[in-house]
Design a protein around this ligand. Structure first.
Ligand code: AMP
Ligand code: MG
Length: 402
């Protein structure tokens, strides 16, 4: 595996890098390939001048650009969805168009930004349905949306993509991943139900190197920059958040319009009475009753914070809540794109994610995670007590089967 030298930081500087340290503004255009996550020598600098490029800086920069552009496409589609009289909330077509469009843009940008790298992508969508005759209009819409987004961004001087190009680019996502080499892992819209409701969703992009997640980006267009424990869970009219993390380099959060960058850290609390916990908004995705019983055993006082998508990992990484519990029905197989980016965003912010047996998540087995019963995420201090509460509750309550 490539080593990650990251950024050399003095001990004094490190102790000052506390919870959500303000950093240098990062104006548009969002991402230049040489841009570092934080600058080192201004009067407000928190780092000394000894800065070394890590092995994954180029890939992280490309990933941020790709996810940001895909987020713009999704924001435009969602705006139309929420304003349109034509689409009912149960109409899946906007999410279909945005899902495919996001996957095309991410794949396109990564290949443009990293022309010298071999490209392998494990992504949720394939072109099968889009190749059917009845999907012609949808394919036209996707192609137009992608071309408009690329043209408006202005970074790539290319002739417009054809419908055939779009189909070919979507199918770049069919890699099996695994424990050898580097693989991108993409959920083009995680939290499609949240997207349709106008709530939380995320463009989640991670990268595996020899089976380990080494970087991750979560674009959360509806997540406010401020803590969401205060009740304000939606920033539909604001810029939204971009989380980025790289092995041994920490986790950063910036506004999706690139105006503010901060280093984030998980909550330090050791006291479950002070901890609040996240779970899926959709009860079909995770047992609310099991997490309720775990929280009770642990002594958590706060009501659950229910939001869609890997925005939960991002919110936890910045300390909005201290615990994330996920217990799907028995037989459900978790996909790597639903967790890879979130996993490293939390891990680099000082948190830890395991399965219900306390085993680290293993992303090296292909498109699925191979795990015991559920996923739990918290800080290192709370993990032993959480694990005990989880195992006690699982002995008392059986999860329904799919
Ligand atoms: P969340 O928004 O955290 O509830 O998770 C959204 C993700 O849940 C989607 O991307 C799906 O891949 C995944 N999902 C779909 N069906 C299920 C299910 N029955 N149980 C658990 N997760 C599911
Ligand atoms: Mg998903």
């Amino acid at each position: 595996m490539a080593s990650s030298s990251c950024i050399a930081i003095t001990t004094t500087a490190l102790t000052r890098l506390v919870h959500r340290t303000p950093s240098i503004p990062n104006p548009r255009p969002l991402l230049l390939s040489t841009q570092l996550p934080i600058k080192s020598s201004s009067s407000s600098s928190l780092l000394n001048s000894s800065v070394a490029m890590s092995s994954y800086d180029k890939q992280l920069t490309a990933a941020k650009k790709a996810a940001s552009l895909a987020a713009r496409l999704c924001q435009n589609v969602q705006k139309g969805l929420l304003q349109s009289d034509v689409h009912s909330k149960s109409d899946k077509s906007p999410v279909t168009v945005a899902d495919y469009g996001s996957q095309v843009l991410v794949s396109f940008v990564l290949q443009k930004e990293l022309p010298d790298h071999t490209f392998s992508l494990v992504a949720e969508e394939d072109s099968g349905d889009l190749r059917k005759e009845e999907s012609q209009e949808t394919l036209e819409r996707i192609t137009k949306l992608v071309n408009d987004t690329i043209a408006n961004d202005g970074s790539y001087k290319v002739s417009p993509l054809s419908e055939n190009d779009v189909l070919t680019i979507i199918d770049k996502g069919m890699s099996e991943g695994g424990s050898n080499g580097q693989h991108w892992v993409l959920d083009p819209i995680d939290g499609t139900k949240g997207f349709l409701r106008g709530d939380q969703y995320a463009i989640a992009l991670g990268m595996l190197d020899e089976g380990k997640v080494v970087l991750g980006v979560l674009a959360c267009p509806n997540l406010p920059l401020e803590s969401i424990t205060s009740g304000n869970q939606n920033a539909a009219n604001k810029a939204g958040c971009l989380f980025s993390a790289q092995l041994a380099c920490g986790t950063y959060m910036e506004s999706l319009d690139g105006s503010q960058t901060v280093k984030v850290h998980v909550s330090n609390t050791e006291n479950p009475e002070e901890a609040s916990f996240f779970e899926s908004y959709e009860a079909a995705h995770s047992s609310h009753s099991l997490s309720g019983s775990i929280a009770k055993k642990l002594g958590v006082k706060a009501a659950p914070v229910r939001i869609d998508s890997q925005a939960k990992y991002g919110a936890l990484a910045r300390g909005d809540g201290a615990i994330y519990l996920r217990f799907p029905n028995k037989g459900y197989r978790e996909k790597i794109w639903d967790h890879a980016a979130g996993y490293i965003v939390v891990a680099e912010a000082g948190g830890v994610a395991t399965d219900a047996a306390g085993k680290p998540l293993d992303f090296s087995k292909g498109r699925y995670l191979d795990l015991d019963t559920g996923i739990i995420v918290t800080n290192r201090k709370l993990m032993p007590a959480l694990l005990k509460a989880v195992q006690d509750s699982l002995r008392e309550e059986v999860l329904p089967s799919l």
